[in-house]
Design a protein around this ligand. Sequence first.
Ligand code: ADP
Ligand code: MG
Length: 918
Amino acid sequence: MAKITVPTTISDPPAAYPAEWEQDAVLKDGGTVRIRPIVPDDTDALAAFVQNMSTQSSYFRFFRVKRELDAEELVAFTDLDYRMNMAFVAIVDGELVGVGRYNAIPGDTVSAEIAFTVADAYQGMGIGTLLVFRISAYARALGIERFRAFLLADNHAMMRVFRNAGFPLTRDIDEGVYTVDIPTEESEAVMAAEGKAEQIATAASILPLFYPQSIAVIGASRNKASIGGRLFNNIINADFMGPVYPVNPKTAIVRSIPTYSSVKDIPGRVDLAFIVVPAPLVTDVVQECADKGVKGVVVISAGFSEVGETGASVERNLLEIARGAGMRMVGPNCMGLLNTDPAVNLDGQFGPIMPPKGNVAMSSQSGALGLAILDHAAQLGIGISTFISVGNKADVSGNDLLLFWEEDPNTDVILLYLESFGNARQFARIAPRIGAKKPIIAVKSGRTAAGARAASSHTGSLASLDTAVDALFTQAGVIRVNTLEELFHVASLLSTQPLPRGRNVGVITNAGGPAILAVDAIESHGLHVPKLSDELQAELRSFLSEDAAVANPIDMIAAAGPAEYHRAIQTMLASDEIDALIALFIPASYEGVADTATAIRRAAEESETGKTFLSVYLNSSGVPSELASTTAKFPIYSFPESAVMALRSAVEYAEWKEKPVGKLVRFDDIDRDGARAVVEAASAGVDHDGVWLDPDDVDAVLTAYGITIPRSVVVHSADAAVEFAEHLPTSVVLKVISPSAVHKSDVGGVVLDVSGREAVTEAYNQVTSVVEDVEGVLVQEFISGGHEILIGMVEDPNFGPLIVFGLGGIFVELIGDVAFRIHPLTDLDAREMITDVKSARLLEGYRGGDAGDIEAVIDALLRVSALIEDLPEVFEMDLNPVKVGTPGAGVRIVDARIKVRPVEGTWIPSRTDLPSRL
Ligand code: ADP
Ligand code: MG
């Protein structure tokens, strides 16, 4: 990320142009708007903008009709200090179409006056809202807490923009002028409004890709074996509802359809163009599509960023062209997309398989796997709504698709095959919201690099390569699976059945062995096979053979036929003793298989009890068509373990959905400025590797955030140590301060629990004798008893700060029993981190041991998260150990290390930043 200077307070001198605040966003019509800070060169554009304003807009803006800004005004409006005065302009197709500005109110550093205007022709497209979000985010970063806007009473449009932006405004009317007070604070309402604006605009821009009214295939070929030939044939064979235009300057006819030599020659409009031409020709072709006004392009051609830097620069150029034209681009290097909705019938991919229609949407980052996926889906009878291979993701990303599918009525389940995250923070922000509406199931291959660098702290070494992704998925409710096979197992359950309401599972079988496997799997996945009540057992017994077992699992033995299966399934599904039912069917002979399969299907489809039903058909000759009819509304597995694995995922997802949403906690007792001063001073001039804070600074920062430390002092003589010790009611601990003693106790640099002149002096001499580079000695209050825990933080390059919790000692070192979460933590995240760690049961007073102050641990975790939010210089932190007292006694951090580096004004977007397509 480029380094720029972001002003930190509005009283600072003028700032340099804050390039990091430039943003491209999608408009409702799929076009792109660039929002960027105003520059002096904008004077001409601004003059023209004001001149072209309608009478009404001008009246609203200036409270009189103003047609011209004089030279002085123009300078005043464009040459800003980016602090006291700030403006963002909105640029569409190179034209200035909107301005939003604030002017800080002199003598009042916490509020500013805000005003903005959007050209008449561009109103209602979301530009005003984007400007408000942008300018309020900027103001917030500077510590401006409130905006004041003056609006004429009949300026409803502007009032609506403020309201849509989710700001809790208060207003006052005086002589027809409203004074609107707007806190810039990022409330939940503001975040929700931003999310909604982003969703609507992105989904609208993606729509032409899946619902084009007309298609061009550039590179359509007569050669049926070529990619251009296969793709074109697929589109024709699937009966696409609109016109399809083959474009190929070298061939007059493809599949009896006359070709055009350029997309520009096509007489009608073209919504979507597939590009299947050699890489060197792609740029020109994309430019022609832009000129033609095409809304979306799918670049199948390969040879771009995947082959190296030259290709990457061509790819960036393609993106520029597409963005400049308000055109969305899929790929390059992808296999296309398809939409089974009969309103379009779009098979825009070059593989041989069009999967059955259904409610599962899928995005794949790998083209080759995409083919396998479609094949697999077709075989398993998983119905697809839309499928897209995103290739290099130069423009259209998994996040865009999630935003589209969020409100897509044809999609109930979302599958993602991910190799990398483009914008992990955006994913983290949107996935929980979308996942609460429809399940997101993801296979993440490849590994991220959190722990790749040499770890210099416990936290660093604990963060494995995959930690961040796991943490992200846990927090976002994304169902993570390890293989494509599991992806489909879970998808076939979630796309057909209601979510389980609990963990109790019934098992019906006609053979004992497989049922034992199923029960073992169920228990080992943390689900239960409850013993059925006497009444239910009696009911089952009334129609099953005497030899049948009816306690659960229900073994109807080999004699069971269609009637037994039908009635047993219905009986079980009607009972409240189970939440899910797995029916195993092991055909003993070929005879009667079809009838039993039909009975199972009928029984499952007829009962509408809201229970989750899964079937397992254990046989090498495949699933009988009676069971797997395309209208079947339940999953069929070949092995009990697969069914149980899918059920477990569904249970966990259902439990995640039921959970209340956590809250970000704000603390009122924090000395932000004090901590900031310490961290800025310590990190000034330091290189990128950073530096560990001095013990005094560590104490100052932790104390500023209300994170409790023992009473302590740094001394340089034994006498000073003794003096401090004598003033304490407790005994003390002495620790050497030395750059070479990273783990102080390992080298004999820590002496615990001493008191009295003699012992303290001896301890002082001991700890100063073990290293050469003694810088001082830390004398600390001795905290007796209590559990020892670890709280830490390490920064992941893609996901931002990760926070870790674990119990101290061997649990951390040996077992790695820790929980990671991505910052920021909600109150629930913090609580869950503790329940996720198995050994943390010790804090509950396990087996007669002392209980720990769990609430104080949660409070400490949340305060660490607050610290990280405010101090981006902090990039690694180890509170190890934290001593946890008995409930009510709080926690004490007895050893803490904090690593900082300058951020040089790097704007680190928070997860609430940027409703953008980037
Ligand atoms: P290091 O991690 O560099 O070896 P610590 O400061 O963590 O040094 O001290 C080592 C161990 O000594 C701690 O893990 C803890 O068990 C114990 N300890 C350190 N400070 C105190 C204290 N003030 N009160 C009680 N025990 C302490
Ligand atoms: Mg330690």
